[in-house]
Design a protein around this ligand. Structure first.
Ligand code: PMP
Length: 405
């Protein structure tokens, strides 16, 4: 797709201008993506003209909304190459998805002395739920090392695996370094000792073609708001035979088959895991977001964002006071540090130039400790990003260097 096409894309996103109508160089898509107007419209229609709750109503509007909600589930299943929509559980986001797996599958399948392998670069939401599970069960956490350039070291993973390993939980794409995991190889390794593998796809789902069958993982999680959809919705995908044997997460309406004081029975998946009134409007808007992203093609997205990341890294490398973190090939996420300037100061000066980056630990404190820094500056691209955004960022960095001498 040409630069001109990218420019037209920008026009689809009402959030990409400042309050006074100037271009806003949004380089924080890894935290949350801007929404195309079609998503805003879908959400607005679902909340307005079309609104009713799902599953219970006998009137037409409710039946329509139920169809819309279930169509969203089928669309997700199709988008990620699931075998069946019954493998798709709607949750609040990736964080809830991981907590759900820990609290249900984890509490029944993991015990004293079992091992859970994570990596140094995980987001806190793929660390803390497992630590909580380990505290409750007496399991142990092991940490897979990184290669020198900041990728998960699969040789290191192989060395850690044993018959005691019950779960390997890894980021498909790092939210700090943009490193891409060879997920299929990681899955094969985990399975070689009979362990399950969970992939945190928060940063992969918006940028890569996903195919659950080809990845051969057991659990896959992501958040809608990073995939150009609304907040408050995310996806837990799990193999049907695994979901079938998982106990419920929360109890309440919609997740039951029959309720009686002498014993309640539960609905089959995915309903078993969706207690209460679900995120109806969010699911419908996520459907619109997936349609939008899919029309561009996930392969194009990956190429577009890796090319921008390579371009930015090349620009930053020209400066002798910049440290770059992570591998050369990054899936659209670039972390760096400017000598003598705290990332927060850089972020504040860039904000004056209408450039939005992220500064901080990115919910990856163990990775910061490993890198030996308290924080990094992070620029992350989206489908609407272009070279103008890079130019604006570089102008802002130049200004910051002048201010700090
Ligand atoms: N994992 C990764 C890799 C992420 O980037 C994020 C969001 N920053 C999360 C998990 C958590 O996602 P959420 O806050 O939407 O639940």
């Amino acid at each position: 797709m040409s630069e001109a096409a990218t420019l037209t894309r920008k026009a689809d996103f009402p959030g990409l201008v400042t309050q006074d109508g100037k271009p806003w160089h949004y380089l924080d898509t890894a935290a949350s993506a801007q929404k195309p107007q079609v998503v805003v419209d879908a959400m607005s229609r679902a909340l307005g003209r079309d609104y009713a709750t799902v599953h219970r109503g006998v009137y037409g509007r409710s039946a329509q909304m139920t169809l819309g909600y279930e169509a969203a589930r089928r669309r997700v299943a199709d988008f990620i190459g699931a075998r069946s929509e019954n493998e798709v559980v709607f949750v609040r986001g990736a964080t809830e998805a991981i907590n759900l797996v820990a609290a249900t599958w984890g509490m029944t399948r993991i015990g004293q002395g079992d091992r859970i392998i994570l990596s140094t670069l995980e987001h806190h939401s793929n660390i803390v739920p497992w630590q909580m599970l380990a505290e409750r069960t007496g399991a142990e956490i092991e940490v897979c090392p990184l290669t020198e350039d900041g990728r998960i070291d699969l040789g290191g993973l192989e060395a850690l695996l044993s018959q005691r390993t019950k779960l390997v939980a890894l980021a498909h794409v790092s939210n700090v370094l943009g490193s891409v995991l060879d997920a299929r190889r990681a899955a094969d390794l985990a399975h070689s000792v009979g362990a399950k593998i969970l992939l945190d796809g928060c940063q992969a789902a918006p940028r890569m073609k996903l195919d659950m069958a080809a990845l051969d993982c057991d659990f896959y999680v992501f958040s809608g708001h990073k995939l150009y959809g609304p907040t408050g919705i995310g996806v837990l995908w799990a193999r049907e035979d695994i979901l079938d044997h998982m106990p419920p997460y929360q109890g309440g309406g919609s997740m039951i088959e029959k309720v009686a004081f002498d014993g309640t029975t539960y609905a089959p998946p995915p309903q078993r895991f969706e207690a209460g009134t679900p995120m109806i409007t969010e699911a419908i808007a996520l459907h619109a977001a997936i349609d939008y992203v899919d029309a561009l093609g996930p392969d194009w997205l990956f190429e577009h964002e890796t090319a921008l990341a390579a371009k930015l890294r090349a620009e930053l490398r020209k400066l002798n006071d910049v440290t770059l973190f992570g591998p050369e090939e990054s899936a659209g996420i670039v972390s760096f540090a400017l000598d003598g300037v705290h990332p927060h100061d850089l972020g504040t000066i860039l904000d004056e130039e209408n450039v939005a980056i992220r500064a901080g630990h990115h919910c990856a404190q163990p990775l910061m400790e490993y890198l030996g820094v308290p924080a990094t500056a992070r620029a992350s691209f989206g489908l609407y990003s272009d070279e103008d955004d890079i130019a604006a960022l570089m102008r802002g960095i130049e200004r910051t260097r002048r201010i700090f001498g």
